[in-house]
Write a protein that binds this ligand. Structure first.
Ligand code: BDR
Ligand code: CA
Length: 309
């Protein structure tokens, strides 16, 4: 099968870094562009991290900077999870310079040059860049085969009781994407909870030999803090789940569903209200990823990243 032309919008971010390596190590995806938003640790650090992560693979994929803030507010960072540097203290060699331009323009340029229904757009952070790119020039929507997001939750949140971090950091942008008439898949917190990393799993993964990217990925997996939400037994590995769907949907159970984002100013702001059982009788606006074959997912992740330089 022809590799899928792919754009990845991200905010690295520990799990973004692992997701980027998974994508860049997978022949199913032809990564044309990486765009970056502030998100997890502020734009200066997320762009430096994206450059370093891509640079470590030796691949000449352009990395373009984008939003420093969401459509209506500032981003809130998540240094407690990702560390002040965004990579859990794992030091990487400086990557190649940023490519010129601004994320939304770069996304539109890739889409303009693409065939109809061909491009996979993966969003691993607040989706400000994607919303800015897709809000104008509606003809470009027809170039998109699928949008895949790590975003939202059908149960509880992780940045507020109600909302997941990426959704909460730019709910208006997420609402725009859910309103586009294109295939869209969402890996929510309820799905990523199944990509659960324990110290035992990391020890098992570490038995595999690999190059610098794999050693750095293992360093990140060791550095991520265990989650209070899971009784400190381990933590969920979020962003690689979205990339894995683009590589092999056979790893997932999924159902079409309707979701809306709470855009109010109250405590539910950013909550994704997901109608899993069609109670509202509304047409589905996304594919909800519900179940993950976790052993196969971690095998794929290890195999692909360990094969990188
Ligand atoms: C999401 O928030 C970020 O901290 C992670 O990189 C992931 O994209 C999980 O809620
Ligand atoms: Ca992220």
């Amino acid at each position: 099968m022809r590799p899928k032309p792919t754009i990845i919008d991200c905010d690295p971010g520990t799990d973004d870094a692992i997701a980027l390596w998974l994508a860049l190590g997978s022949p199913e995806l032809d990564v044309k562009l990486v765009t970056v938003a502030g998100g997890n640790v502020g734009l200066a650090a997320t762009t430096a991290n994206a450059r370093a992560v891509v640079g470590l693979t030796g691949r000449a994929v352009p990395v373009v900077a984008g939003a420093e803030r969401s459509l209506l507010a500032d981003f809130r960072a998540e240094t407690a999870v990702h560390g002040a540097d965004g990579l859990g203290g794992v030091r990487l060699p400086e990557g190649p310079p940023l490519a010129p331009g601004i994320a939304a323009d770069a996304i539109r340029t890739v889409l303009r040059a693409a065939d109809p229904d061909s491009v996979t757009v993966i969003g691993l952070g607040p989706v400000t860049n994607l919303a800015l790119a897709l809000a104008t020039e509606p003809a470009l929507l027809g170039r998109i085969a699928e949008i895949v997001l790590m975003s939202g939750a059908w149960s509880e949140g992780n940045i507020t009781p109600a909302a997941e971090f990426n959704a909460w950091n730019d709910p208006e942008a997420l609402a725009m994407l859910l309103g586009l008439d294109r295939p869209l898949a969402m890996a929510t917190l309820d799905l990523t909870a199944q990509a659960f990393v324990t110290p035992e799993l990391v020890s098992r993964l570490a038995q595999r030999q690999g190059g610098a990217c794999w050693q750095a990925a293992l360093g990140i997996l060791r550095a991520l803090p265990a989650s209070k939400r899971f009784g400190h037994r381990g933590y969920p590995l979020h962003d690689p789940c979205a990339v894995a769907w683009a590589i092999d949907p056979g790893l997932f159970g999924a159902r079409p569903a309707h979701a809306v984002v709470d855009l109010g100013a109250g405590p539910s702001r950013g909550r994704t209200v997901v109608d899993r059982w069609g109670r509202l009788g509304l047409a589905a606006n996304h594919m909800l990823l519900e179940a993950l074959d976790a052993p196969a997912f971690f095998d794929l992740l290890a195999e692909r990243i360990a094969a990188l330089p």
